[in-house]
Write a protein that binds this ligand. Structure first.
Ligand code: NAP
Length: 244
């Protein structure tokens, strides 16, 4: 069964690994990006060189019109999206007393509003197909909280509550909705923190190391597979034991 996939923020980091993983399982993949056109093209090249099918689509997933265009284009090229991976995300860290509304709004819009917009856009096709997988990338910050990340933790906790509600709304229609919550994964996002901060986090990780994008992609691949057909409304934590 050919099941078209859309990965938001598929140009770099965790999203890139998810796109490559799902393409290797035989899914045609729509690789969304905000501004990294060259990086997205490289993901498409990697997938097609391995015998898979992929296309890149620019769209700011916090923008309603852009999301509508993204789903239209992906459906025209690859077929209606049946596996949606809400992965795009940003951080704008600051202590709450210094956090202006622009940092709050940017993070909530990119990390949470996007999940609402994309899930809604994907649902119509999934309801018609009576099958769908919605997988959203949250964070352990959304479960445990993190000083300096009130905006980010709120957005990621929101993704978990949103997913549980959607799972209840559409479960009877053959659609599952789940969350993957990574801990500290080696990507551009965490590289910005610097070595000292990374070393301090590693000390708190049970497995004693940072995670790789591929380790998150494996959990997403499982949730997208037939093996996960009876799992919905759940959060799989992929953090090496950080939040134990
Ligand atoms: P990353 O390396 O910074 O990549 C972020 C991706 O999101 C890029 O592909 C970027 O596109 C895309 N993006 C950002 N804003 C967008 C927008 N408005 N519209 C469309 N795409 C947008 O981040 P990452 O570390 O892979 O993180 C991926 C997800 O995992 C995020 O949701 C993040 O919160 C979550 N997460 C990461 C970690 C970690 O330790 N890295 C831990 C927990 C959760 P461009 O390339 O075009 O900029």
């Amino acid at each position: 069964m050919i099941r078209p996939v859309l990965v938001t923020g598929g140009s770099r980091g965790i999203g890139r690994a998810i796109a490559v993983e799902l393409a290797a399982s035989g899914h045609p993949v729509a690789v969304n990006f905000a501004s990294s056109a060259a990086a997205a093209a490289d993901v498409v090249d990697t997938i097609t060189a391995a015998g898979g099918e992929a296309r890149a689509y620019q769209a700011d997933v916090s923008d309603q019109d852009a999301v509508a265009g993204l789903f239209e284009s992906a459906a025209a090229d690859l077929g209606p999206v049946q596996v949606l991976v809400n992965n795009a995300g940003i951080t704008r860290d600051d202590l709450l007393l210094r956090m202006g509304p622009e940092k709050w709004d940017a993070v909530i819009n990119t990390n949470l509003r996007s999940v609402y917009l994309c899930t809604k856009a994907a649902l119509r096709g999934m309801l018609r197909a009576k099958w769908g997988r919605i997988i959203s990338v949250s964070s352990v910050s959304g479960i445990s909280g993190n000083a300096g990340q009130a905006n980010y933790a709120a957005s990621k906790a929101g993704v978990i509550g949103f997913t549980k509600s959607v799972a209840r709304e559409v479960g009877s229609r053959g659609i599952t909705a789940n969350v993957v919550a990574p801990g500290f994964i080696e990507t551009d996002m965490t590289a910005a923190l610097g070595n000292e901060a990374a070393d301090a986090v590693v000390e708190r990780i049970t497995l004693g190391r940072l995670g790789s994008p591929q380790e998150v992609a494996s959990a997403v691949g499982y949730l997208a597979s037939e093996q996960a057909s009876y799992i919905t409304g759940q959060t799989i934590v992929v953090d090496g034991g950080l939040a134990l």
